[in-house]
Design a protein around this ligand. Structure first.
Ligand code: CA
Ligand code: CA
Ligand code: CA
Length: 273
């Protein structure tokens, strides 16, 4: 179970992760609704979402939302205790949210269970990589962000077919059709420190890795330049304190291969903004 912060409702939600084609027994976690997300690899990805064997006190309703939480489809044909099956074809590739709610008149927190199965006709023997992009201020253009997945256990496979999605609250990326294996993820943005991480991709599965970006000058790695960074930088320049493990590139804002007064001034200007 994955908990994601959903700013559209201002709280955390449980999102399901699953293997395509598997059946999962689920409950309503948020009291009123259960959420899963799916990634459509292409513009006409076809999905079958089936809610099977709901309890007698469960009247499942299925709703599909796009990345901006706009409702695309609401489906409720069966009554309490009856299955719901939704056939849906995406019009464009992207991240979509499926909400399963209970329309039956029951007082919560009564537990109700059902079986969820999502299958896609377009799935191949490959997986997805996805995640949040954090640390990039909203005034930055995400198009300048490059994300690369390089296979570590298979020679010579790289993928840069990343797709970026942004709504007013969040930025996410995903890559579809990735061959199973271990990958090194790298991300770059001008003026920011390069990001690296590792992720394992499995067949027909979603693998998550968040891209956390820190501006050059963010010495303590909390995704922003703040007073702490300025103080550390001043100590280094004054020779009061040595940070031998600190890569110079972390604080070398003016890119002259040393940490000096100019970097302090850049930091002060950044703090003033
Ligand atoms: Ca129903
Ligand atoms: Ca910092
Ligand atoms: Ca410098």
């Amino acid at each position: 179970m994955l908990r994601l912060y959903d700013r559209s409702v201002g709280k955390f939600r449980n999102f399901g992760i699953f293997f395509f084609g598997n059946r999962l027994c689920r409950n309503f976690f948020d009291q009123s609704a259960d959420w899963v997300f799916i990634i459509a690899a292409t513009g006409n990805n076809s999905f079958e979402i089936s809610i099977e064997n709901p309890d007698i006190q469960c009247d499942p309703v299925v709703e599909i939302f796009n990345f901006s939480y706009t409702s695309l489809l609401k489906h409720d044909q069966g009554c309490a205790g009856e299955n719901e099956i939704v056939d849906w074809i995406s019009t464009e590739s992207g991240i979509y949210y499926v909400k399963i709610s209970n329309d039956a008149d029951v007082s919560y927190p009564k537990q109700t269970a059902y079986t969820l199965k999502i299958s896609t006709k377009n799935a191949q023997d490959s997986g997805f990589i996805y995640g949040n992009v954090v640390g990039l201020p909203s005034d930055k253009t995400i198009e300048k962000l490059t994300i690369l997945a390089t296979a570590l256990d298979v020679y010579d496979i790289t993928s840069d077919q990343r797709k970026l999605l942004q709504n007013q609250n969040e930025t996410k990326y995903y890559m579809a059709g990735i061959r199973p294996g271990k990958y090194q993820m790298t991300a770059e943005y001008p003026g920011y420190l390069p990001f690296t991480g590792e992720v394992v991709v499995r067949s027909w599965d979603y693998s998550s890795i968040d891209i956390a970006l820190s501006p050059v000058g963010d010495i303590d790695n909390n995704q922003m330049i703040d007073l702490t960074d300025l103080v550390i930088c001043m100590k280094i320049v004054a020779g009061v304190c040595e940070y031998e493990d600190l890569p110079i590139s972390r604080a070398d804002i003016d890119e002259n291969n040393k940490i000096g007064l100019a970097d302090i001034i850049y930091m002060m200007q950044w703090l003033k903004e």
